[in-house]
Design a protein around this ligand. Structure first.
Ligand SMILES: [Zn+2]
Ligand SMILES: [Zn+2]
Length: 195
């Protein structure tokens, strides 16, 4: 009887472990799938909303306040016309109504989006890394603020590449080069004046 119970216990235990492993795998797969789907879907929606906002009939009414910063700063990340901010937030809020996503995961992804938005507005023109071919980083978004009609994406470059609006970051396009040049000119002129 005891043997039978123990055997049954071992059987159910191993079944339980198998179930846990398969449930663990399913959970991991579900979380990974949710993250990828969230990033790809919202990235693509933001691309088209952002691109539409650059239409001449729309731009001056909705999106122009954000482009007041020719060279972006992290403060520009949240400097939007209210309608612009609302429209660009729509994909994140509609997503859970279309695809199943665990509520805490959705909240974590939404916080991640906000951090990413600040990050791409730091105007850092770090270039030369292979990931910049795939990831839309600060250098890409700095070029968007400088040239207006390139790099509309949020996290990835694929939508810009497909839409013909991709511009590869290059260190020679760094706006700080011009700032440093002007500073050097200013410093060269001031001693001359004092003579
Ligand atoms: Zn823009
Ligand atoms: Zn921006």
């Amino acid at each position: 009887m005891i043997t039978l119970t123990n055997t049954a216990g071992r059987g159910s235990s191993s079944r339980f472990q198998r179930t846990c492993i398969s449930q663990g795998f399913c959970l991991f797969f579900f979380v990974a799938k949710s993250k990828i789907r969230f990033l790809v879907c919202t990235d693509y929606c933001i691309y088209w909303i952002h691109r539409w906002e650059h239409h001449p009939l729309v731009y001056k009414h909705i999106h122009k306040p954000h482009h007041k910063w020719i060279v972006p700063t992290p403060f520009a990340a949240y400097a939007f016309h209210p309608v612009d901010g609302y429209l660009q937030s729509l994909p994140y809020h509609i997503f859970p109504y279309v695809f199943p996503v665990q509520k805490h995961l959705h909240l974590a992804l939404f916080i991640g989006v906000n951090i990413w938005t600040v990050f791409i507005h730091d105007s850092d023109m770090i270039t030369g890394h292979w990931l910049e071919n795939v990831i839309n980083g600060p250098a890409h978004h700095t070029l968007h603020h400088l040239y207006f009609t390139v790099n509309y994406g949020q996290y990835f470059t694929w939508a810009d590449r497909a839409g013909g609006s991709y511009r590869q970051p290059d260190s020679s396009l760094d706006p700080m080069l011009e700032v440093r040049g002007l500073q050097a000119e200013k410093e060269a002129v001031v001693p001359g004046k004092s003579l």
